[in-house]
Write a protein that binds this ligand. Structure first.
Ligand SMILES: CC(C)(COP(=O)(O)OP(=O)(O)OC[C@H]1O[C@@H](n2cnc3c(N)ncnc32)[C@H](O)[C@@H]1OP(=O)(O)O)[C@@H](O)C(=O)NCCC(=O)NCCS
Length: 181
């Protein structure tokens, strides 16, 4: 029987753990184009904004109920014609990569998006982040294009891949179970 990873909605007290994971996995690398470490106060404001706008933030927990990963989505772009689409982010703590945590978080997040009646989920991923690209393809995302040199970090230009997962289509990725026919 596969091990079940506990996942719950994030609360205000998770702000510093989420911040620490993102600083380690995103700011220290090109996984995120943020240039300097974030603070717990900024994450608390981010959590409050998601709550106000009705967008979920999920956290994954270890056996001692410590936060070891998070995933969230929010509005893709401002104009109302984009309302059926959201953009997500997902990060696993460095010492817990490859344990199925990202998959568990994204499976739950995609389920919430479907139940909210959303149509598409967009991932914006550094084009050199092979692990994240493979992870997203595994979950049924399609790489739709690469925007060349739209980012700059560590004194070099960065290419950005845009991935889309249509939510009302049957799963195509190996990471989600297909419905029985
Ligand atoms: C990318 C990330 C979110 C994946 O989460 P994870 O918990 O490590 O991934 P999982 O263990 O759930 O992997 C699920 C599947 O994704 C694929 N995958 C994950 N990591 C991979 C890697 N390094 N290389 C190739 N495939 C990978 C595999 O198909 C895997 O399934 P398998 O274990 O049956 O082979 C996580 O590693 C992470 O936070 N990395 C650093 C920050 C980052 O890049 N975040 C994404 C920003 S866009």
């Amino acid at each position: 029987m596969p091990h079940t990873i506990p996942i719950r909605a994030a609360s205000d007290r998770d702000a510093s753990d989420i911040c620490a994971i993102h600083n380690a996995q995103g700011v220290a690398t090109t996984a995120s184009y943020r240039l300097s470490p974030g603070t717990a106060a900024e994450r608390a404001a981010w959590l409050a904004r998601h709550r106000r706008e009705g967008f979920p933030v999920l956290v994954a927990l270890d056996g001692d109920e410590r936060v070891i990963g998070f995933a969230a989505y929010e509005r893709f772009r401002e104009l109302p014609g984009y309302d059926p689409t959201v953009e997500h982010s997902v990060y696993t703590a460095p010492e817990h990569e490859h344990e199925g945590i990202g998959r568990a978080l994204m499976t739950e997040l995609i389920g919430l998006a479907r139940r909210a009646g959303l149509h598409a989920m967009v991932g914006v991923v550094d084009a050199d982040n092979k692990a994240s690209l493979a992870f997203h393809e595994h979950l049924g995302f399609t790489i739709c294009g690469v925007l060349p040199q739209v980012g700059r970090k560590f004194d070099r230009w960065l290419d950005t891949a845009v991935l889309v997962r249509l939510l009302d289509e049957p799963p195509t990725g190996a990471g989600e179970r297909r419905p029985r026919s």
